[in-house]
Design a protein around this ligand. Sequence first.
Ligand SMILES: [Zn+2]
Length: 116
Amino acid sequence: MPREQHRQRRKIDARRLAIDIARQAMLQLYRLSVERARRGDYETARRLIEHALEIHRRLRVRKPIPLRRAICPNCHAPLVPGVTARVRLRSRGKHIRITTTCLLCGYMLRIEERKS
Ligand SMILES: [Zn+2]
């Protein structure tokens, strides 16, 4: 393999590894945040989410699913049903509308999904 090509591949592998580590870190921060929220420590819970979002912004990696759907876009609290969030489902034809209300600030996050 020509040397140039070899170097290119190593660069790609390094990026992939960095993305993987970043994703693991974001998920771990999310898990810790949920744990904090369950204990009623909302301030720490928010800070942990903000750290995770910081990784997302700085490294320009995609947010893992919990960070896309299960955090409050307004106050950055993790949305844990029964703890920091109320979840309501509503059927709308072929779709289902999921409304998650943040109990800390009142923000309503609406997601529509196809019924499976
Ligand atoms: Zn909120």
